[in-house]
Design a protein around this ligand. Sequence first.
Ligand SMILES: NC(=O)c1ccc[n+]([C@@H]2O[C@H](COP(=O)([O-])OP(=O)(O)OC[C@H]3O[C@@H](n4cnc5c(N)ncnc54)[C@H](O)[C@@H]3O)[C@@H](O)[C@H]2O)c1
Length: 432
Amino acid sequence: MKNTEFQKHNRRGFISTTAAASLAASTMVHSATAAKSELRPLRLAVIGCGGRGRGAVNDSLTINSGVTLVAAADLQLENCQRTFKDMSKTHPDKVDAKSTKLYSGLDGYKQVLNDPDIDVVLLTTSPGFRPLMVQAAVEAGKHVFAEKPVCIDAVGYRACLASHDLAQQNKTAIVTGTQYRRQVNYIAAIEQIRSGVIGEIVNITARYCTGGIWYRPRKEGMSDTEYQLTNWMHFIWLSGDQICEQAVHNIDTFNWVMGENPLSAYASGGRFTRPSDSEMWDSMSVAYEYPNSRTVSFMCRQIPGSQGLNDNVIYGTEGTCQIGASNSGSRIFDRQGKQIWEKEGRIKDAYREEHRALIESIRNETPIVELAQTANSSMVGVLGRVAAYTGKKVTWDFMTTQSTLDLFPKKLTWDGALPTKGFAVPGKTKPV
Ligand SMILES: NC(=O)c1ccc[n+]([C@@H]2O[C@H](COP(=O)([O-])OP(=O)(O)OC[C@H]3O[C@@H](n4cnc5c(N)ncnc54)[C@H](O)[C@@H]3O)[C@@H](O)[C@H]2O)c1
């Protein structure tokens, strides 16, 4: 996709993010229109009732009035039941206990999407399912909250762009789980950069380095499919590796700062500590090249016992801006290293703000559609991963217009065989 496409697919996203920002900054003062439109009740369902699914439902029910949880789907019925039990305790007046609809199995999500009584769906499964579930949800006319990343390969990326366009045509909303777009210190720092405080951007250094991550060992009797779906982080068709699954937050931030997609990526990395059947690498360093000779030096790592660091540092001709993840705030320094600006931010507010923005945009009949923006960021992660896995410089143009990379299994059944592809080896793994 060329950068004109980026603009086409991001114009709405930038506008909606800016609008959300000013609302967030005014500590969520609702307009008269919004207060009036709160009267419209909205019925909510969640597909993927794990940690984030329950978190997203809680965020939506906490921040919104007139929203009721009515249905849930998950591979396991007990995960749906747990979600309803937890939410009934925390939000007893916002859970429809009488007409509760719980669906399990690989096809349970279709029953949620076929239900005309549901207005909004939260898509919070493992990432590999996101493009097909977003598409099915948009085709069913639902308003969507889609967790990040929204795609982990080229075919999924193109499916997301098509779903974005369809949602715009249908006037249905899609908000994504890139919460930093709604975190006040991120928004304010990027406003400072846009206003020229650090001059022209030269380079961004971005890091998402953490300790180890969970691993869910195979239990006796599990089929390949059941095991991979359970231990999804370690299988690339489901997670996209750390660079897509986790580090997409930083990638989304530097793509937002740059205001366009990169031209290419050249990368390195490897694995030292992953369990033997994991397909993941445990570190990657990527040099992204952007138009106008700008660069991003990016690294991500998940190694137990190593020092964590999660930030973006934007180097300009007149100064430097640090944007720290989570609650660590933003700061600007002049060329002499003197701090000239700072802003605090709370990630908890950002998680809730995305659900407030979604519901308000539906009620105001100005639906936010920001899927393409997050598809671009997810695809920047894919670009870096493919460059690292293959050991070759890979271009954005190749990955978005020629690549046929489609990691989703051709046949997926609960009891089916699903041989692992093993981990990538540069020089042997080819770009497709
Ligand atoms: N925005 C954030 O800060 C943030 C934080 C954590 C996780 N996430 C994202 O949220 C998503 C879920 O992560 P999690 O930590 O909740 O994982 P999890 O393993 O706790 O939960 C995933 C749930 O989805 C269910 N599921 C998987 N495939 C399904 C299918 N086809 N149909 C129905 N249900 C299915 C699983 O059974 C499981 O209950 C991931 O994309 C992750 O990257 C985002």
